[in-house]
Design a protein around this ligand. Sequence first.
Ligand code: ADP
Length: 162
Amino acid sequence: MKTKAIYPGSFDPITFGHLDLLKRSCKLFDDITIAVVVNPHKKALFTVEERVAMIKKATKGYGNIKIDKFDGLLVDYAKKVKANVIIRGLRAIADFEYEFQMALVNRSLYKPLDMVYMMPSVEYTYLSSSIVREVAALGGDVSKFVPACIVESLKEKMKNVC
Ligand code: ADP
């Protein structure tokens, strides 16, 4: 059976942690779609369209990666695009409990789906989009955490929201 993988998340914004996982995923899967979650209940810094455009820029040269957005249940989206693998990351220990629960719930909702978890390089273990947003909002240097094109997007956004 052909493997089609989805890497779902908020990506608000995409960071070197996400990109680290993506590079690892490219070695394992030929068909990867980054799927940006449209969640009306979660207030995001960037719009979904902005996040998709930023991911496009940040993943230039990563080979055959598609970028899409979805709302509703991840399993319904996976069924729709005929995906059978979900890629997720595990940072320090904080992600484990939530991801463990989601993996089992998703599997019980849609049996053919398997979750693949990856650990990033150690320097990205503590990196999250929320800490990047916080540092950027306070005027800190985020160039160690996100690619240069995202640094620029953050600067622009902070000018408009602050
Ligand atoms: P979500 O709101 O779904 O957690 P995120 O954009 O925060 O969306 O994360 C998407 C996925 O990428 C999650 O599986 C998350 O654990 C993973 N991820 C985010 N940052 C990192 C990182 N620094 N290292 C490894 N995985 C990460």
